[in-house]
Structure formats: structure tokens, C-alpha cells
Design a protein around this ligand. Sequence first.
Ligand code: 5AD
Ligand code: SF4
Length: 461
Amino acid sequence: MKRLYIKTYGCQMNVYDSARMADVLAPHGYAPVDAPDDADMIILNTCHIREKAAEKVYSEIGRLRPFKRRKEANGDRMIIAVGGCVGQAEGEEIIARADCVDMVFGPQTFHRLPELVARATRASGEKVVDIEFPAEDKFDHLPEEASSQGVSAFLTIQEGCDKFCTFCVVPYTRGAEQSRPVAAVIAEARRLAASGSRELTLLGQNVNAYHGRGPDGTEWTLGQLLFELAESVPEIERLRYTTSHPRDVDDSLLAAHRELPQLMPYLHLPVQSGSDRVLAAMNRKHSADDYRRIVDRLRAARPDLALSSDFIVGYPGETDQEFAETLRLVTDIGYAQAYSFKYSTRPGTPAATEHQVPAAVKDDRLSSLQQLLRAQQTAFNQSKRGAEMPVLFERRGRYDGQILGRSPFMQPVHAEAPERLIGTIATCRIVDVLNNSLKGEVLTVEAESAVDQPVAERVRA
Ligand code: 5AD
Ligand code: SF4
């Protein structure tokens, strides 16, 4: 067996892609390991969304170099590969800047890994770069998932983006928008369910722009797909999707939120800014009020819906007034959780050449926004104190006798309860609210057929 170490940066789609890279390489004798020191192949599955992400990759390569040299001194080889979005964006440049890198590939070519590896491992020590956007569909060439993702799994249904927000590299690194056919998604969902998954998070850069081919030959929406998954894969008790765009919230998606108990009441719906001038400059094609109305409609469909968002502060030309409009929008909506970033210039994107906001101003704005968002998150978590809610337990906790799961709103919940509850949904009372998690007490167990009495009694028995 050859040792394969994959390090993943960035978004959940990269986490999914890394698992699929391991699936592609498994039949070729590569087994995953947890440490890079003695690996035969290292893949850095990279992220290009913000500046620092790429810099982190170069410093990681620097840390790996001595491992590679040590292996070479012992007469062995270590292949270092850079995959993902930095690979796509920088290509040959990576090999020019870091000569210990043997292979560079992008998000759309990792199904070709066996061939790329064969070339890179030749005695000649050929450097291999494959950053094509191939005509063939990657998913048609990937093997079935080799290993379980566990209780909560990711499933990519859509990839790429045609929206071209002026700050964003995704349309360039992930390519044009593409949706997988409904039948392929259902088949993968069934396999994940059979391997023990109970929750699926459907992934896409623009997941609610999904328009995959349905069994009837028409293009299906994300809403239709969610209804189909809920009906035809009943073992999947929880459904989520990310990342969505406000412009693609349609009636079928609202209906799914209204009618499907499996669809969790938590939605990541990035708005980026609360200023109409900035939103227009960003090419978001929606106003702050459009966003408010969309949230109103979602909450009308699912009153307990909790929201999350992404924000960018210090977009080129953003004034104090415009930033204040972002704070106002945050106050109006009330978020359960959110991510916020200082604008960072991405070469090749339209915003990169605009008038930049000074770094100190961005710092100030980020800290006031984060203060507000943190206060909202704390208030949201505190509002759950004493509440009863279903928790899907995913794994053992840090301490003996403790298990860890998630609330419908993505909050981590830990409880002292038997391990056999892992993989099941149990009703918990929230007895304490800590900084990053909730403490629950298991009350009853749903989805376990034989036993109806409260788990507390069964635990004692
Ligand atoms: N600068 C800062 N943040 C960015 N994002 C995307 N591009 C940039 C950039 N150039 C943020 C957006 C997006 C999230 C994934 O990353 O908020 O929603
Ligand atoms: Fe990037 Fe999202 Fe805008 Fe697409 S919709 S360009 S992925 S920020």
C-alpha cells in the first residue's frame, strides 16, 4: 500500500472533492494516512478565494520540502501535488515558484489523477500540469464512493458559477455552472444512506441555481430535487444545501422549506453588503430590500428559519455611510451565525483595479461588523436555553461518555449519552449554552422502532 496524505483548504466542496480524490486513487494502491511525514503522495487541495489562502499553500509547501528531501535521501520518492483552485489559477507558476511540487491540477481534472500520477512517478521525474476544463463530465469518470462519510455527508449536485460577482475568482477557477442529473444525485444519496449517512448537505457554488436533468427529460429545480430526495431516500432524515444565492430562491424552494420536515430550518444565504450602490458595483443583481423580501418569504414558509450569511467589508470605494447600511441590514435580519471578510484583491477580477479602501479602515469595519454578528450569534444561542430540540448525534465527544451532534440550526450539541445513539436523532433539552456549543440532555429517542420509553430510563437500565 502507498501512503496518501490529503490536506484540504477552503470550502465544503473541497472536503467533498478530497474524499473523491481518495476514491479515485484507492484502486491504484493508495490508502489515506493522517500525517505527511512519510507519505508517498501528498495532495494539497487548495482554495483561492482570498489572498491569504494561497499564501498558506506556499508556506505549507515549504514545510513539506524537508520530508520530501529526507525520503529522497533514503532512495524513496514523495510526490507533492497541488490541486484545487490555487492549482487552477496559478498552474505552471506553482512549479516555477516551488520546485519540489511535481503535479498541479484543478477542480475539474481530478478524475484523471491515476494518469497524472503515472506520468509524475516516471523515472524521468516529469512535472505534470493539468488545468484544463475538460469536455467530459468529471462525475461520469469518478468511481463510486469507496468509503463512508459518516452520519453527516456532503453531496455535490452543482458546480461552478456564471454570476461573475466582481470580487470573486470562483467563475474562473471552478468554471461554468453545471448541474448533475437527478438520477445520479439520487443514486449517490442512496449509497451514502446505505453506508450510514442520515444527513445530506447538497453542495454547489450556486446550489439553488441547480437545473439538473430530471427523469422526465426536463430540467429540475433544487426544490424539486429536495422533494424527490425526501421521498425516495427515506433513510436520509435531514437535508441541507449550501451555498445559495438570493437571486435563485424560487417558489419550488420556498415550497420545500414550507412542506419538507427533512429540510432543516437553517440557511446560509450570503448577501455580502447592505448598500445598494455596493451591491450594484459587486454585480450581485439584487438590492438590500430584495434580500429583505426574500428573507421575509422564507420565514413565512418556515417561521423558525435561522439565517447565516457572508459579508465583505471594504469593497473598493465603500464609504462609511455604505458600510453603515450593512450594519443596518444585519440588525434588520438578525443572524444566527455569519462569516465576514475584508475585501481582498484577486488578480484578474474586475474589482481588483478599482479604488481600494485603506487597510486600517477595513480593519475597523470588520471589527464592528463582527462585534454585531457575535452579539447576534450569542443571543440566538441563548434563546435556545431550556428548549427541546431534535439532535442528530454524529460521533463521540471529547470526554468519556459524551457524544456530539448538531441541532437543526447547525449548533454543536454535546450530551452524556450512550454511543449507540450515534447515527440517530434524539430529542434533547438544552441545559447550558457555552461559547461554541450547547449542552443537551437526552429526553427521548426518535427513529428507533423497538423502544418507546424515555432514553434516560434505558440508560440507567
Ligand atoms: N475578498 C473577500 N472576500 C471574498 N469572498 C469572495 N471573494 C472575496 C474577496 N475577493 C467571500 C464572499 C463569499 C465567500 C465564500 O468569500 O463573501 O461569499
Ligand atoms: Fe462568487 Fe458566489 Fe458571486 Fe458566484 S455567486 S461569483 S461563487 S460570490
